[in-house]
Design a protein around this ligand. Structure first.
Ligand code: FEO
Ligand code: CA
Ligand code: CA
Length: 738
């Protein structure tokens, strides 16, 4: 979701904030500087035209069964399609032999009795309609009687995150007839619409003779919004720092916000990551002095300095509580915060567990998994008698990679328990949170985030009171523990063939050979700092991103860089290190999902750096394993002639058989979220914010829209662009990607 991403050197808005000013080192690699000649590093725009190479008899990673199944041996796997070329067209491109169609878009009816979407800005009732900015998504199969079925392939529920909305100057302009109000105060009627199009939707989908559709009148459909009641669970439940006027006991909160990546538990529930929630809150310019305690330190670390403006100005919608909650200034006179919303933001930033099969159950925010800009939550290999592990990333520049390990060992009978959220209580509310530190020699350590770690207990930057304080202020504990600052950890996914964990690191404009206080030197796990040209604009740092992967062992992990994003024509020594061809080159990896049916690793992009050449895309990969390449030293020469050598670990380069572009999206979109039916024959993919660079002033003139998708693909009324879920099948009925 680097929503409205401009050239990476430009300070970007709410979606990739840089609040990590901690002084902990990136890590203790061996960095040697020596003199050399001047050289300016520069990626170049590659030429076009490379022969398509077919996949030939490749043997690689196959999938295992469901999460609770034992890992089965890898099956033979071939990427049996011709790569899709880069494209700037306002359409979805998939390989020959595949069909992609639109299933469910912004504004479509979700609750029974809702009118069709007019798509002209006059629609309301978004708490009954599809939300905006479709993101992570998971499949929940339904049996003949409408009960949970993990083997169903033609009937199920899709749980879909609606992350955010396409906005400019406060207003979500496509959903208001005249573009909405771009100044404060915001009218309540506009605020109500904008709030409601955030959150989560669950829709019932069925494969019929004529293809996939969703059931607009299903009683199983539901919506969660930033106003839906939710429980706080785990170590922070009942904390004094969660007390608000709405929830004086600190055990509940309203709603979920900026839902980005997802996960699915081995017991059949949906996990949703709250990502850039802090940007929705405002804080008075004098609030530091009013508070006069260490909450000021915490608020700053989470991107809310005093005087911070909110993204949409929702706090100005009126005097009602549902508007006032977006102002987190200390305004009341109570000592504990029960008469204002000074603690309201502490109720956001979690992994939320939802029972997609039962809309009557309150979702639970699992505070034990930490509070940060969450993306996906992926389970490591699930083994009876062993604790469960959940991997997570924090998407802001210089933030960290985390894992949670349950206190309770996995019991197979919990996979099919009737009370699924009670199983969540058992495994996700008690355990230990860790943060990753990467070493240059290819090893890494997990640093415990608890008061049992002297670095956390004795941290001078913030005095942790208890486990609740660590859960709420995870970033500060990770600073204390000495975590490695990463190039914006987005999704992670676990290879079902071997349990190795893959992370996308989307990009980072704050890597530099000549770091200032807000920039970091390249290091082993984030080894690139270069200049890429987008037209005449220089994009500095790590503009194209990379993927790291980890292999766990008893005392830590082994790691390498799986792939580096780059233009095919860029220097293969320092930029296009993975030797990507025209059929493979990509920038800013973000969404990441392994298919359990085929073993294919799907890589999705949310890019602003290479969009002069191609819209965002999705690639299919058949990865090797950690350590299949080797150590490499990247030798940089600074402008003043001095040299910087960075030792890193590089995976085996991609080949035409192991990485191919599968899809390119319409103009202005990112590709994010993917789920599949268990037979691997259908995948669902989200197209987020097509046309997001449209100017608010042009909202009445479709000819000036950056995109008219999906209307131009024949879907729905009006011409305003809409985020949407698409469904992709192979025309011969085979598994997608094979
Ligand atoms: Fe919602 Fe960092 O992507
Ligand atoms: Ca994302
Ligand atoms: Ca470029």
């Amino acid at each position: 979701m680097t929503h409205r991403q401009t050239a990476p050197e430009t300070p970007v808005d709410f979606n990739n904030d840089n609040a990590n000013t901690s002084t902990n080192t990136s890590f203790e690699s061996v960095l040697r500087a020596r003199l050399s000649r001047r050289r300016l590093l520069r990626g170049s725009v590659g030429g076009v035209g490379t022969a398509l190479l077919g996949g030939l008899g490749l043997s690689a990673c196959g999938g295992s069964g469901g999460e609770s199944d034992p890992v089965t041996p890898p099956a033979a796997q071939v990427l049996g399609f011709a790569a899709v070329g880069k494209s700037l067209a306002d359409s979805v491109s998939v390989p020959a032999g595949y069909t992609a169609s639109v299933l469910y878009a912004l504004g479509d009816p979700v609750l029974p009795g809702t009118s069709a979407y007019k798509n002209d800005g006059s629609d309301s009732d978004f708490e009954q309609r599809g939300g905006d900015h479709h993101d992570g998504m998971e499949w929940f199969g339904l049996g003949a009687e409408g009960q949970r079925s993990d083997s169903a392939t033609e009937h199920g529920l899709l749980a879909i995150n609606h992350e955010a909305t396409t906005d400019e100057k406060l207003s979500s302009f496509f959903i208001h007839a005249n573009g909405g109000t771009a100044t404060l105060p915001r009218p309540a009627v506009e605020v109500d619409k904008e709030v409601a199009l955030h959150g989560i939707a669950v829709i019932e989908v069925t494969r019929r003779k004529d293809g996939w559709g969703y059931q607009t009148d299903s009683k199983r459909n539901f919506r969660l919004t930033p106003l839906s009641p939710m429980e706080l669970s785990g170590p922070a439940r009942g904390s004094a720092q969660l007390v608000t006027k709405y929830a004086p006991a600190g055990t509940t909160t309203r709603g979920t916000l900026n839902n980005c990546g997802t996960g699915k538990t081995p017991w059949g529930t949906f996990l949703s990551g709250e990502e850039n929630w802090f940007g929705y809150f405002t804080r008075a310019a004098t609030d530091d002095a009013v508070r006069a305690d260490q909450s000021v330190v915490a608020l700053k670390r989470y991107g809310r300095n005093q005087g911070a403006a909110s993204r949409h100005g929702w706090e100005t919608g009126g005097s009602e509580d549902k508007y006032q909650r977006w102002d987190i200034s200390q305004r009341g006179s109570s000592a504990n915060g029960s008469d204002d919303y000074r603690h309201e933001m502490n109720g956001m930033g979690y992994i939320v567990e939802i029972d997609a099969y039962d809309k009557t159950r309150l979702p639970k925010k699992r505070t034990g998994l930490g509070r940060f800009a969450h993306e996906s939550a992926a389970f490591g290999s699930v083994v009876v008698g062993q604790p469960l592990t959940v991997y997570m990333g924090d998407d802001s520049r210089g933030e960290y990679i985390y894992k949670f390990v349950s206190r309770t060992a996995w019991s197979a009978q919990d996979a099919n328990a009737a009370d699924r959220l009670a199983v969540g209580d058992k495994y996700l509310d008690a355990g230990t949170l860790y943060v990753a530190r990467f070493h240059a020699d290819g090893t890494g350590q997990w640093m415990e985030l608890s008061l049992a770690n002297p670095a956390v207990a004795g941290y001078a930057g913030y005095r942790f009171a208890d486990a609740a304080d660590v859960a709420i202020h995870t970033r500060l504990a990770a600073d204390a523990a000495g975590a490695t600052k990463m190039d914006r950890p987005e999704w992670n996914a676990v290879n079902p063939a071997n349990g190795e964990v893959y992370f996308t690191l989307t990009n980072n404009s704050n890597r530099s050979l000549d770091p200032s206080s807000s920039q970091y030197l390249p290091d082993a796990a984030n080894p690139r700092a270069y200049t890429d040209m987008k037209g005449e604009a220089k994009q500095n740092g790590n503009p194209n991103g990379h993927l790291v992967r980890l292999k766990e062992h008893d005392s830590g992990f082994q790691w390498d860089v799986y792939l580096f994003g780059a233009e095919a024509g860029a220097d293969q020594g320092l930029v296009n290190i993975s030797a990507l061809t025209q059929d493979q080159d990509f920038s800013s990896p973000d969404g990441l999902v392994f298919s359990k049916a085929t073993g294919i690793c799907w890589i999705q992009t949310d890019d602003g750096a290479y969009t002069d050449v191609s819209n965002c895309m999705m690639l299919a990969a058949v990865p090797g394993r950690v350590g299949d390449g080797g150590a490499r030293t990247l030798s940089y020469t600074r402008a003043d002639g001095s040299q910087l050598d960075v030792l890193t670990q590089v995976g085996k380069p991609a080949t035409p058989d192991t990485l191919k572009r599968f899809l390119v999206g319409p103009k202005g979109c990112e590709i994010t979220g993917l789920t599949e039916t268990p037979d691997g024959k259908t995948i669902f993919v989200n197209i987020q914010h097509p046309g997001e660079s449209t100017k608010m002033a042009d909202v009445a003139d479709p000819a000036k829209y950056q995109s008219q998708w999906p209307a131009n693909a024949g879907y729905g009324a009006g011409k305003r662009p809409r985020s949407a879920t698409i469904v992709i099948t192979k025309n011969d009925g085979g598994k997608v990607g094979t």
